[in-house]
Structure formats: C-alpha cells, structure tokens
Ligand binder design. Sequence first.
Ligand SMILES: [Ca+2]
Ligand SMILES: [Ca+2]
Ligand SMILES: [Ca+2]
Ligand SMILES: [Ca+2]
Length: 410
Amino acid sequence: MDRRHALALPLLAALAGCQFGVEIVVCRNGGDCPEGTACNAELGVCRAIDQGDAGTPSDDDDEDGKPDGGAPVPAEGEGEGEGEGEGEGELPAPSATICGNGAREGREQCDDANRLSGDGCSTTCRADSSVTEVEPNDYPGDSGSVALPTSSVFVAGITTMVYDDVAQQSYPEADTFWLSPTAPAVVRLESYTRSDVDDCSGTSGFFVDLYREDVATDMPAAYLRGAWGNGNGRCSVLTTTLTARPHMVVILEDTGTALIPSYRVQATVLDDRGVEAEPNDSLADAESAAVDGLDATMSGTLADVDDVDVYRVDVPPGRGLRAEIIPDTETTPCDAFNTRVSLLDQGGVERASRASMLDACPYIDGTGDSPKNPEALNLTFETRTLFVAVSKGASGMVGALPYRVALTVR
Ligand SMILES: [Ca+2]
Ligand SMILES: [Ca+2]
Ligand SMILES: [Ca+2]
Ligand SMILES: [Ca+2]
C-alpha cells in the first residue's frame, strides 16, 4: 500500500498578513497601523496592542487623556479614512446555540447533553449512529469494508501488523469503509482517539484518504484526496464535497510503524446554508447565514484577486470554532487550491491565518483540548463573534475561484 507522500510535511503553515478592505491593515511593507494597534512583525499585520505586541501604548494621539492602546479597534470606522460604506458599523449582538446543554435550540436536530458523537446525537447536535468495523477491511475487496451512513461514527482499531512482500517489512493494517451519499454533499471525516469526548489524546496520528469507487481496479489512479495533521492533536480531518457515488475511505497510521488500538472516525454531512451574498468584504457586511456554525457549509466565489469574503460565526463560552475552505470538487487536491483563510476578531484584527498546503486545505481550528489556533477557542464568559475571511492564496489567480466554507462550533 502506498505509504503516502506527506510523512515529512511541516505541520504548520507560515503565517502571513493579508489585506482585507478597511478591516485588515498590512504593515509588513512599512504601512502605518490604526490607533490601538501595532505592527506584528511575525504576521505582518496590525494587531491590537493588548495582545502583547510591540507598540507604543502610552501614545495619546487622540488626546482623550487615555492611552490609545487597549481594546481592539471597533468597527465604527471613526476615522472614516478608507470609506467602504461602514456607516456606524453596528455589529449584531452575538447569539448562542449551545449544543450539549440538553435543550434543543435553533437548528439542532437533537441535544443529548453530552459532547460525544456516535451515540445517536453528535457533538454538534446532529443525528448520528455508530458502526463497528468488521475485519478484514484492509483492502477495497475485503469483505469487512462496510458501507457507512453519511452521518455516523466508524469505531475501529489498527491492531495488527501486516507483512508487505514487496517492501519486505511490516506495516500497521489499514481500515477501509465505503461512503455513498444519496445526493451531492459536503462531508467532514474526522478522526478521534479519545473515548469520552470528540478529541484526540495526541499520541496517535492518521492519514484519512479518499478514493473513487474504482479503487479496487487501480488504487493509485483512484486516489482523490488525503488529510494529515490538520485536526486535534495528531488527528486528521478530511472535508470534501462528494458526488452521489460510492467512495472508499482508507485510514492509515501515519508513521507506518505503530498500532492504534482504538479510534473513531466521524462522518458528518454539513448543513448547506446556500450561497454567499455579496458584498461581504467587511465585518459590517459579513455573511451570517451560518452564524451558529453547527456543522454548516456555504458556497462562495472569489470573483477576482481583490475579492474577500467574510463570514460571521458566534461562539458560545468554552467552545471553539473550526473553519475550513475547500474546493468545490472532490478531485481538486488541497495543495492545488489557491486560497487562504483568516480569523478576525470584532475589531477586524487578524488573529490567525493559514494557506493551502499538501493534505490540508486552509483551516483555523480552535476545537479540542489542544487547539492549533487557541485564538478560535472562546475562553470568555460571554458568546463571542468571530469572523472568517476567505481570500486568494499567494500564487496568483486566473478567473473566478469557487470554494466551500465548512464551519463547526463545538
Ligand atoms: Ca442545545
Ligand atoms: Ca452525543
Ligand atoms: Ca482494524
Ligand atoms: Ca465572493
């Protein structure tokens, strides 16, 4: 079996600044920062001074008798320098849908008062079920390669070593299952190693790979896309559009040497909230049809190199946001998908960003015990509004670029 190409990938993408209309100010090339912000040399963007950046918090350019630093720059656009029709820029009050509080609210399909999937109600309050693997299921033709419902949890273990005659060495077994959506869908496949919550212990790593239905005929040719290192801890998340055809999912241990006695893979069909409504280039105009982030997806298009699409998501206390930007076809790999995602706070300040890379489409993840982006985890006592901005990647652009945004709050 192909051991994949990504073993030596660096986990973190380089962080870089990007310009977002009036909201984001790039300072890498000598630009000035607005009041209350200072240039962050690492990100190359202006960040709120209260984030510990170098700056001049004792400045008092506005002569109000108080230092200009402190709270992030609000969206009132009081300087009205750049325009963009901000007006008063009043942002709507945050609202919370709390999955796991035992009360069914908003678009929740259920709420069983826990944060575990596979028990009938998922950690994002969507109906799900649990399917236990049947061995052998190492290869596409194996009898144990069961078909999974698209809202389900695959409970399995990588428990045996298999000797490869060609390579003349042993590898951990693979586990496979089939996914056959009855209609085109956006599906997230996420691995977990903890049994009590949807999270990872940090000790085991995965590849989650997707193949076409003719996988048994020519496995390398049928390969569509893989995910590695982009989830909680060392777990992985493969989010993709799927045509209404059978697809094979292959789970591999990522070092090719270790066993993983117990793990789960959650398959979730994201709730389609439609198409972005332009203009949505600023916080005040942000698209909010998926504001609850309950496993929601929207489709958008970067119309030209200057287009920025901003999505609003409200995150309850103690919960985190995962946002991912994926191609609108299952055949486009992440590293050939030239987009970038940024996380903005209510002041329009960029807190994190990531671009496309091999085996990981652009994502921000504040979920789980050790989130890769702690900025996307809400540690305050109040529901907080975050903004997800989509823009083109670094390698230029030819024509309009369609994409999907995938959101989960949990
Ligand atoms: Ca609830
Ligand atoms: Ca549950
Ligand atoms: Ca197994
Ligand atoms: Ca757009």
